[in-house]
Design a protein around this ligand. Structure first.
Ligand SMILES: *Cc1c(COP(=O)(O)O)cnc(C)c1O
Length: 369
């Protein structure tokens, strides 16, 4: 059979030239690569405790034949009550990552400038590029904290959007009150501040609630939160955006597909919100484990960033790709960093105590090997 000759369809160059999103390896791929069955999946910041048992009960009552509610009414009502925010300022997404895409699509015009942090969350850059923007990045400090003076200087240029994850992914620290206040004071009125709080539930008492701080400011903002991390619903894909005003929420709603959050995801998120006690117990156990793992890493003499999340970002002081292969051969998935200046860093999710012990044993062997 001969292959027919086809004319190449011209592609949107903003999209066809995008860098790939560096997703963590999944368990099936790790089994194939390592030949092991007992995989410790510590690359994607999922909750090792699973999710509230109320979620399974809510999923049992679904009718897959019916379309889901395109307005996510029950979930937006529950979120509005919990947060004290009018529902016309809340947009629910197929994961908060869909809301990153929606805000870019709603706001950016070709040639716009978007600013973010480096190392940062990959989609903050990718979705900006996909919409024809150019991206400028402010580096984290050498001691792995936010470089507030450098951020303030960049904000003077009035980018169309400033994407900031606090707590930061991949590094881990959260802005304190003073840092957040200085950033809020420096954001120009024509800049949209997108504060990605995917790890909000893991922050210590005494650190600021970004949503509350921004509501009290005159800025235009979007705060992103998710059910994927603390609530343990990563596979169902549900996150949300809270905007400064209903006009922005309407634009983001127009920028997404109509039935973007499926019925299972909506029902699960409502059930998860009804069982905050489960989430809080899981988060506090994970934070205790994080402290234990961080202390063990420090005892090995390896530098790690301070973390307000469910992961640690550490310098293994050798090639991160070699580290990833070493961990994989032990049945452990971690995320190696490839960005310039961070090629010896890995990010490891806090898992079950036994998975964390496996990680620490393998790290000790790698560090002394
Ligand atoms: C995990 C993560 C997200 C995406 O979460 P989903 O709701 O699963 O799409 C967004 N931002 C940051 C910083 C994250 O770490």
């Amino acid at each position: 059979m001969t292959t027919p000759t086809r004319t190449e369809i011209p592609l949107n160059p903003h999209v066809s030239s995008l860098p790939p999103y560096n997703a963590g390896m999944n368990i099936a791929a790790a089994r194939l690569r390592s030949g092991r069955q007992d995989i410790a999946a510590l690359a994607s910041n999922e909750n090792p405790d699973g999710c509230s048992p109320k979620v399974a009960a809510a999923l049992a009552g679904l009718n897959p034949a019916r379309y889901c509610d395109p307005a996510c009414t029950a979930l937006r009502t529950a979120l509005g009550e919990k947060l004290g925010i009018a529902t016309d300022r809340i947009v629910v997404g197929n994961g908060s990552e869909e809301m990153i895409a929606a805000v870019c699509r709603a706001v950016l015009r070709p040639g716009a400038v978007v600013a973010t942090i480096c190392p940062g969350f990959g989609l903050h850059e990718i979705e900006a590029l996909a919409n024809g923007a150019t991206v400028e990045k402010v580096a984290m400090r050498a001691d792995l904290d936010f470089d507030i003076p450098a951020i303030l200087t960049m904000l003077e240029k009035a980018p169309a959007i400033f994407f900031l994850s606090s707590p930061s992914n991949p590094v881990g620290p959260a802005l304190d009150r003073d840092g957040l206040a200085r950033i809020v004071a420096a954001v120009r009125p024509e800049t949209l501040l997108v504060l990605d709080e995917a790890y909000f539930e893991f922050t210590d008492d005494g650190l600021p609630d970004g949503l509350a701080a921004l509501c009290a400011s005159p800025l235009s903002f979007v705060v992103l939160r998710t059910f994927s991390k603390a609530y343990g619903l990563a596979g169902l894909r549900v996150g949300y955006a809270v905007t400064s005003d209903a006009r922005l929420a309407r634009a983001m709603t127009a920028a997404k597909t109509p039935f973007n959050v499926n019925a299972a995801a909506q029902a699960a998120a409502v059930a998860a919100l009804e069982d905050e006690a489960w989430m809080r117990a899981s988060v506090s156990a994970l934070k205790a484990e994080r402290a234990r793992v961080a202390a063990a890493i420090a005892a090995m003499g390896l530098p790690a960033a301070r973390s307000q999340t469910n992961f640690l970002f550490l310098d293994v002081c050798r090639d991160s790709q070699a580290a990833m292969e070493h961990f994989l051969s032990n049945g452990i998935i971690v995320k190696p960093w490839k960005e310039k200046g961070f090629e010896s860093f890995i990010r490891v999710t806090i898992g079950t105590p036994s998975d964390n012990d496996r990680f620490l044993d393998a790290l000790r062997a790698f560090a002394t090997g």
